[in-house]
Design a binder for this molecule. Structure first.
Ligand code: ADP
Length: 457
């Protein structure tokens, strides 16, 4: 195992990685921006290096500063977390070039899967079913031809995309030209690359993803699925596993498909293959080549520490197991964002005057927050994740509600109420929902009604 690891990130994930490093007796070096000098990850790490001013492009995205922080503190490896540089092939390469082990896939795998159009071609060659759509990138005229061939609604997506940006739903051909221009402009601004591809929009589908870990030599462990259909504007809000829509047969077929794709590219590290599931059939949409925000759901269901698995694979110590991990019970994750539903979910930075996370059986809270913490306005609004485990789904939902009612947070607006409204909702309880759930629940859930009113005002 490594002796010392630099964590090239902040917030929840930096804290998460430091904790496993400490469990393993690995020394940690944190990096931080000027805005984060009083952050929990800085306090928990053995050392911390200032890498730049508040804006992420000058600090957490500053490859030269971060690599220099790692080499001058004599780290052996760099854990990128998620977001920021986690899926940046040039960063992975810069680590390698400086004798640092990158705790993640090879730069080639990152490049391959980061180009979504190419990723789809690769997994199709491995026999995975895709959402019907274009073969790679399309011009406006080609998108029009695709629309005529497979029908509307169509989804235009950025080939370099992420976080739902550069994506446009097109209901009919008359909307295509405008949507194409808007998606390309948004993609160009967000990713510096405006290539688009087109897919059939499957609006009554579940978002189901398979967690994998590969050792880089063709051996792969699959760890079941997570259902992330509860989304607001393509952002995940609640995740759960097992998925209420996945039978043992579907699970096995999805895990087999994910394994084939990872074997084909000799995938190294943790990764997630995302699928849309409709009418019992699943279709690949993309692969994320990193640890995922919602990974704790899988950890509590399998008993496998995914950060430990990442570090072991990177250190050449192999996988915790191969085949399919056994799953036990039911797990739910609620994302608590510092956002104000009454102001259409605008981020609400400020001082956390009170913060008492829930405790007790079957509850885990992953967070970088603490009472008195000043949430900076520069980064994402994820404040904490409340993860609960129980023997079955009804017990997990009840435990989720119990945990959220214990959570005591004041000083900034959060999405706690919305999460409780969802957990109490009859349709959510039935388990029968798709990615349209929150849009359809807009008139029913008080937090969404308030957001709607604020958005219209
Ligand atoms: P990003 O990397 O930007 O998050 P994804 O490809 O993962 O992009 O898509 C984000 C979300 O958009 C998915 O979880 C799903 O809800 C929705 N989505 C993606 N592709 C389709 C599709 N073909 N039809 C319907 N919804 C889709």
């Amino acid at each position: 195992m490594f002796r010392r690891v630099l964590i090239a990130n902040r917030g929840d994930v930096a804290v998460r990685v430091i904790r496993t490093c400490r469990d393993l007796g690995v020394e940690t070096v944190a990096v931080y921006s000027t805005a984060d000098s009083d952050s929990l990850h800085v306090r928990l790490a053995d050392r911390a290096v200032h890498v730049g001013p508040a804006p992420a492009r000058d600090s957490y995205l500053n490859v030269a500063s971060i690599v220099a922080a790692a080499t001058t503190t004599r780290c052996e490896a760099v854990h990128p977390g998620w977001g920021f540089l986690a899926e940046n092939a040039a960063f992975a390469r810069a680590c390698e070039d400086n004798g640092l082990e990158f705790v993640g896939p090879t730069p080639e795998s990152i490049e391959l899967m980061g180009d979504k159009a190419r990723a789809k071609q690769t997994v199709r060659a491995a026999g995975l079913p895709l959402v019907p759509g274009s073969d790679g990138m399309v011009t406006l005229a080609e998108a029009r031809a695709i629309g005529q061939e497979i029908g509307y609604p169509l989804l235009l997506k950025a080939s370099a995309g992420g976080g739902g940006r550069g994506m446009r739903l097109v209901a009919g051909e008359e909307e295509l030209e405008r949507a194409y221009g808007a998606a390309a402009a948004e993609a160009g601004a967000a990713f510096g690359y405006d290539g688009l591809y087109a897919e059939k929009a499957l609006l009554d589908a579940r978002h189901v993803e398979i967690q994998v870990v590969g050792d880089g030599n063709g051996r792969v462990l699959t760890l079941g699925e997570r259902d992330c259909s509860i989304q607001r504007r393509h952002q995940k809000v609640i995740e759960e596993a097992p998925s209420p829509g996945v039978t043992p047969e579907i699970r096995q077929a999805m895990e087999d498909a994910a394994r084939r794709a990872c074997e084909a590219i000799r995938y190294r590290g943790t990764g997630t293959l995302e699928f849309l599931l409709a009418d019992g059939r699943f279709h690949f949409i993309e692969m994320n080549t990193r640890l995922q925000v919602e990974h704790p759901v899988t950890e509590v269901l399998t008993g496998i520490d995914l950060v430990k698995a990442q570090l072991r694979v990177a250190a050449g110590e192999g996988l915790p197991a191969t085949g399919s991990a056994a799953l036990q019970g039911h797990a739910l994750e609620v994302r608590l964002n510092a956002e104000d539903p009454a102001r259409d979910f605008l981020p609400s930075p400020g001082v956390l005057e009170r913060f008492r996370p829930p405790l007790g059986p079957g509850v885990r809270v992953d967070t970088h927050a603490y009472e008195g913490y000043r949430i900076p306005p520069y980064y994402d609004s994820l404040l904490a994740k409340v993860i609960v485990w129980a023997e079955d789904r009804p017990a997990a939902v009840a435990r989720g509600l119990r945990a959220l009612s214990e959570l005591d947070v004041a000083g900034v607006a959060t999405t706690r109420e919305l999460a409780m409204e969802i957990l109490r909702d009859g349709q959510f309880a039935s388990g029968s929902y798709t990615t349209s759930y929150l849009r359809d629940a807009e008139a029913r859930l008080p937090s969404l009604v308030a957001a709607e009113a604020a958005g219209a005002a």
